[in-house]
Design a binder for this molecule. Structure first.
Ligand code: MN
Length: 189
């Protein structure tokens, strides 16, 4: 896991996004979903592992309906501190536009190995095996999900899928459109 690509894409004299820094793991791993009105509106789904946030851009956003399969494009790792980033990336910068923290919380891998010291290896081997299962405990997203790599030419294309459990619903979770930090909508930000 490396933050080099993250740093290469950004000018920290010009954006208020956090600078690259890896963090030691705390007792629980965190996830965050940021709603990002860049050139195209999308949701950035990020899972903490090995001190950074593995990141996927989801054009249609996550769904709590197991019948929806949402395209998720793996993008560059982001620093741990990015989980709290909400604000406006100024014009002329990479990803210019408004960002709000749409959801956050903790997660565990579906695998039985939950030892904080070995979970990084389990996570990496699951990524290599193109199937990552996890359980989210967020304010909006809850229950079991999977990221499954698409076997197509476009590299970095995955699907985010809700698994069937008691949290699954066909209600549109994206209608809950406010920040879990500021309670603002994207428009109000
Ligand atoms: Mn984004």
């Amino acid at each position: 896991m490396s933050l080099n690509r993250y740093t290469q894409k950004r000018n920290f004299n010009s954006t208020t996004e956090p600078q690259a820094k890896e963090e030691k793991p705390k007792a629980e791993l965190v996830f965050v979903v940021q709603k990002h009105a860049a050139t195209h509106l999308h949701y950035d789904f990020r899972l903490e592992i090995d001190g950074v946030l593995k990141s996927w851009a989801i054009p249609k956003g996550p769904s709590m309906n197991p019948e929806d399969k949402r395209l998720a494009i793996m993008v560059e790792d982001h620093p741990y501190a990015y989980k709290d980033f909400e604000g406006i990336i100024p014009e002329g910068n990479y990803g210019a536009g408004k960002v709000l923290v749409w959801d956050h919380g903790t997660y565990t891998l579906t695998d039985e190995t939950q030892d904080i010291n070995s979970i990084g290896n389990t996570f990496k081997s699951n990524l290599e095996n193109e199937h990552l299962g996890f359980i989210l405990n967020g304010e909006k997203l809850k229950g079991e999900f999977a990221l499954v790599k698409l076997k197509i030419k476009q590299k970095n294309a995955w699907l985010l899928i809700k698994k069937k459990d008691s949290f699954a619903t066909d209600e549109d979770i994206l209608k809950k459109d406010k920040s879990v930090i500021s309670n603002l909508t994207l428009e109000a930000l």
